[in-house]
Ligand binder design. Structure first.
Ligand SMILES: Nc1nc2c(ncn2[C@@H]2O[C@H](COP(=O)(O)OP(=O)(O)OP(=O)(O)O)[C@@H](O)[C@H]2O)c(=O)[nH]1
Ligand SMILES: [Mg+2]
Length: 178
């Protein structure tokens, strides 16, 4: 089971829709019609076909549910934490949420993917600035989990095939990889 976490409006639901559609097309392109999303109240559950042999269950937890995220931690082996690279106001709150996820006991064995999303927006923070603000290099050195960082746009598809590749590497084989 994979948990999809991150503050409000960072693009978790759009990413989930993109990953669900990926299996049928095997590529990501600029979206002509961006499917409308509404803030997730509760959770969103989806099965994603990563490739012919691997399927992964992904559960999005809405940003407003952050206080109860921990009740879903125990069956998660993969964490995708999404950050909005265009939202300077939200970045410190995102950082605090990320730290509490990384330090949660049930998640010490999980694999962690941090997505710096919305890189298609004008005035996004640069990778170097985000790494500095989130102290990503410190985290990668000291967190118990292996942490991978990717830049993505759920809107135009940039970086999403790397996400699928990472999921393939980090999902156990068989029908319903952890
Ligand atoms: N420009 C741009 N917009 C995006 C991107 N990803 C998501 N959005 C938009 O951001 C808004 C919020 O996206 P959601 O996917 O609903 O965000 P969420 O993280 O699920 O939010 P909660 O469910 O409230 O926690 C929507 O209008 C999306 O179309 C992106 O990569 N680039
Ligand atoms: Mg959502």
């Amino acid at each position: 089971m994979c948990l999809l976490l991150g503050p409000n409006g960072v693009g978790k639901t759009l990413l989930l829709k993109r990953l669900q559609n990926y299996a049928s097309k095997n590529s990501f392109t600029e979206m002509e019609d961006v499917p409308a999303t509404i803030p997730t109240v509760g959770t969103n559950l989806a099965n994603i076909n990563i490739n012919k042999r691997k399927e992964l269950t992904v559960r999005e937890l809405g940003g407003t549910m952050a206080p109860i995220w921990p009740s879903y931690f125990s069956d998660a082996s993969i964490i995708i934490f999404v950050i909005d690279a265009s939202n300077r106001v939200q970045i410190s709150a995102a950082c605090i949420e990320l730290l509490s996820v990384l330090s949660a006991k049930p998640l010490q064995q999980a694999s962690v993917l941090i997505l710096l999303n919305k890189i298609d927006m004008p005035r996004t923070m640069k990778l170097g600035e985000l790494k500095y603000l989130l102290r990503l290099e410190d985290l990668q050195r000291t967190a118990p989990q292996p942490i991978t960082v990717l830049e993505t746009s759920a809107r135009n598809g940039q970086g999403l095939s790397e996400v699928v590749r990472w999921l393939a590497e980090n999902t156990k084989g068989s029908n319903n990889g952890s």
